[in-house]
Design a protein around this ligand. Structure first.
Ligand SMILES: NC(=O)c1ccc[n+]([C@@H]2O[C@H](COP(=O)([O-])OP(=O)(O)OC[C@H]3O[C@@H](n4cnc5c(N)ncnc54)[C@H](OP(=O)(O)O)[C@@H]3O)[C@@H](O)[C@H]2O)c1
Length: 294
């Protein structure tokens, strides 16, 4: 069994690589951006034709949601989030691979105010979300064997200082503020189910190897505001939460529009009896343990 991973040095990419490398009988070919730029069609074709993997995981993406609104970045955003997965789909068809691509909770507008299921209608509010939705449509239309995984609010060890990441992730931003004694304003009226990439990667690999195909939601179970999530980070890291200030979305304007409610329901996993994703709080604790904080 051969598996290729693109974007292998990101949060999800690192966890996919680690878990797959521990699996018996699997040969893992993991490529960071420095080894394979997925917008380089020639390089992607060469690598895939040479390896002929059973499965191709794509964890590479343009993830700068606000930066995607800058027209100077539009072409790059769509190349990376839509046309690169399109090209991988075409090569996957030729060599008989299954393609696993990752999309986002942000394809929804948040108006539903209850967890989104796989068959709910997307309505992207931002350029980033539009590019990811176009990626979904291209993969769905052109790829013969695919899995599209929607998730959101990702945090993983690959986004921590342990790997020298400067962009970080939400728990790291909260920890930085708490450690330096700076106040942090966090929205109390925006809801998600922040998801630990280790738990996500585990589930993605499980369903891939079991033969699942199609669109699937995989998020941590539960619903939480970002403010409450920040308080949990403080609580479990042994800090007082007095530095975390609740603010409304209206008070904390961002360049890109984001859904106020982007919790995904793992409906398909539930129907198959496979929704063993962790609840939000234990998943966070597992991350903080991996970080050596608790
Ligand atoms: N982060 C979230 O909250 C979130 C939410 C919903 C969905 N998702 C989706 O989940 C997936 C994984 O996200 P993540 O949080 O693990 O992202 P991440 O940590 O930002 O990792 C993405 C990786 O892709 C690499 N990359 C960027 N451009 C590339 C290119 N042209 N060719 C190859 N690699 C490239 C990045 O390298 P550099 O860092 O060197 O640029 C980075 O290592 C993505 O599809 C993302 O859109 C993420």
């Amino acid at each position: 069994m051969k598996v290729v991973i693109f974007g292998a040095k990101g949060q999800l990419g690192r966890d996919l690589t680690k878990i797959l490398s521990q699996k018996g009988g699997v040969e893992v070919f993991a490529f960071g951006k420095d080894q394979v730029d997925i917008t380089d069609k020639k390089r992607v074709s060469e690598i895939l034709n040479e390896i002929k993997p059973n499965f191709i995981f794509n964890a590479a993406a343009w993830n700068d949601v606000d930066g995607a609104e800058n027209p100077a970045n539009s072409e790059k955003v769509f190349q990376l989030n839509a046309f690169a997965p399109f090209h991988i789909s075409l090569v996957a068809n030729k060599i008989g691979s299954k393609f696993i691509n990752v999309s986002t909770d942000y394809v929804f507008d948040g108006e539903k105010r209850s967890p989104y299921e796989e068959n709910d209608e997307p309505n992207p509010l931002s350029i980033y979300a539009l590019s990811k939705l176009l990626g979904e449509l291209l993969v769905k239309t052109f790829c013969q064997r695919y899995i599209i995984v929607r998730s959101g609010g990702l945090y993983g060890i690959g986004g921590s200082p342990m790997f020298g990441r400067t962009r970080g992730n939400f728990p790291e931003k909260v920890l930085d503020a708490l450690k330096s004694g700076n106040q942090m304003k966090v929205v109390y009226d925006v809801f998600s189910a922040p998801t630990y990439t280790q738990d996500l990667a585990r589930k993605m690999i499980e369903i891939t190897f079991e033969g699942f195909e199609g669109l699937v939601h995989i998020m941590q179970n539960g619903i939480i505001s970002w403010f409450e999530f920040a308080r949990l980070i403080a609580k479990h890291s042994g800090f007082s939460d007095r530095l975390i200030q609740p603010v409304s979305r209206r008070e904390l304007e961002t360049i890109a529009k984001r859904p106020m409610f982007s919790v995904l329901r793992n409906s398909i996993l539930e129907k198959c009896g496979k929704n063993d994703m962790m609840e939000i709080e234990p998943a966070l604790c597992k991350y903080l343990k991996e970080r050596g904080i608790i």
